[in-house]
Design a protein around this ligand. Structure first.
Ligand code: S3P
Length: 423
């Protein structure tokens, strides 16, 4: 493939979830431009409507209007969070401070994902939880008045961190948190500061003070760097050309993949950066490159957590070996991503193995060929769709439709990269 032209990616998933949650608790009407309209974003909108917010339909290219209320109302029905771990965990934090019971559930993938990582510290703050089937959904939360919390997270995770910060917000109590290694994405902290809340970082501790107040707001949501990474990856594997991906969020807690790609020999330039609503936004410019293997260390993992499927797929085209150290978190994503990356790389003829918590990928220049099982995991499907653009590749993916969880029209966008160049 020869790439060219300017591509755009859908709105940032993490920021869209957070903007919908904040707007739903802000009295008045907020307007969100560029919001993600994917299945996960719709899951957040759906459950927030059940809790009393009025949210206009999420449609591509339309501004979303959200009429919020200072407190949620008791939902009449079970809250179905679909495939979205972020919806579930962040909402648990907010519901922990509301004096009613709510039942949360989700699809088969989400029901398998661990929730005690958020319910245990929320229970320390005073919320109560009833599990139906062990550690996971369905789950009943009964909130109420909360106590302050000082807590060291067992894993670096923006979902756990944000759930606890949002409990502090809704419960109006102080929260102090420490992540074990590496800094997870900080969109919640940036948004809280914008509303006047005290969020400080000192000696590895993040402290929250309930000094602010949510008010209706209007904002533009940048393109999702995790979605842009797939298009940049396709440009790196291309035979020629140059691809610009415009208007992408380049928050450093999200763009660790740029550093890893640079070490692999693929420099993706970041241009025209400006500040938009407290988040840096710019264009990514990617070109074909000859890749070499690298070692990705545990401290780097939080900033590349969603890009590892893509980076592992690219590593299979690199010269030499790539190692991702300390990636056990991948076992509890939308699928067991760790096992599935290795299994699928082997299925297309590459050498990959999991040893303890590390993932090893040996590069090769034989064309990747074979059948890939996505297990309904959007990022696995998209990573292998990118690998399928490598010269000579012949890869069949059982389900690429699941890309719509985070990237509506992904197959068309990927095909369009080559078309743009042709026109
Ligand atoms: C997210 C945090 C990450 C990431 C997920 C979105 C968020 O999960 O994998 O896609 O928006 O906070 P963890 O924080 O659990 O690693």
């Amino acid at each position: 493939m020869i790439v060219g032209g300017v591509a755009r990616v859908p709105g940032d998933k993490s920021i869209t979830h957070r903007a919908l949650l904040f707007a739903s608790l802000a009295p008045g009407t907020s307007h969100l431009g560029g919001a993600l309209t994917s299945l996960d974003a719709r899951s957040s909108a759906r459950v927030l409507r059940q809790l009393g917010a009025t949210i206009t339909p999420l449609r591509a290219g339309r501004v979303v209007a959200v009429r919020g209320r200072a407190r949620f109302r008791r939902p009449a029905d079970v809250l179905d969070c679909g495939n979205s771990g972020t919806t579930t965990r962040l909402l648990l934090g907010l519901l922990a401070a509301h004096p009613f019971s709510a039942i949360l559930t989700g699809d088969a993938s989400l029901r398998r994902r661990p929730m005690r990582r958020v319910t245990a510290p929320l229970a320390r703050m005073g919320a109560r939880f009833i599990e139906r089937e062990g550690d996971g959904l369905p789950l009943t939360v009964r909130g109420g008045p909360l106590q302050p919390l000082r807590y060291e997270l067992p894993v670096s995770s923006a979902q756990i961190k944000s759930a606890l910060l949002l409990a502090g917000l809704a419960g109006e109590v102080e929260v102090a948190l420490k992540e074990p290694h590496g800094r997870s994405r900080d969109h919640s902290e940036r948004m809280l500061r914008a509303f006047g809340y005290g969020v400080e970082e000192d000696g590895g501790w993040i402290t929250f003070a309930p000094t602010g107040r949510l008010e209706a707001f209007d904002r533009q949501i940048p393109g999702d760097p995790s979605s842009a990474a797939f298009l940049a990856g396709a440009a790196v594997l291309a035979r020629g050309g140059e691809l610009r991906i415009a208007g992408v969020g380049v928050n450093p807690t999200r763009t660790g993949f740029l550093g890893v790609l640079a070490r692999m020999g693929a420099t993706v330039a970041v241009e025209d950066v400006s500040d938009q609503f407290g988040e840096p936004v710019g264009d990514l410019v990617a070109r074909p490159a000859a890749l070499r293997g690298t070692e990705v260390l545990p401290g780097e993992i939080p900033a590349v957590i969603d890009e590892i499927p893509l980076l592992a797929a690219l590593a299979s085209r690199a010269e030499g070996r790539t190692v991702f150290r300390g990636v056990s978190e991948l076992r509890v994503k939308e699928s067991d991503r760790l096992g599935l990356i290795a299994e699928n790389l082997r299925a297309v003829g590459a050498r990959a193995e999991v040893s303890g918590d590390d993932l090893y990928v040996e590069g090769d220049d034989a064309p990747p060929r074979g059948r890939v099982r996505s297990a309904g995991d959007h990022r696995i499907a998209m990573a292998f769709a990118v690998l399928a653009t490598a010269p000579g590749a012949r890869i069949r993916i059982d389900d690429l439709a699941c890309a719509a969880v985070s990237f509506p029209r992904f197959p068309e966008t990927l095909r369009g990269l080559a078309r743009e160049a042709a026109s």
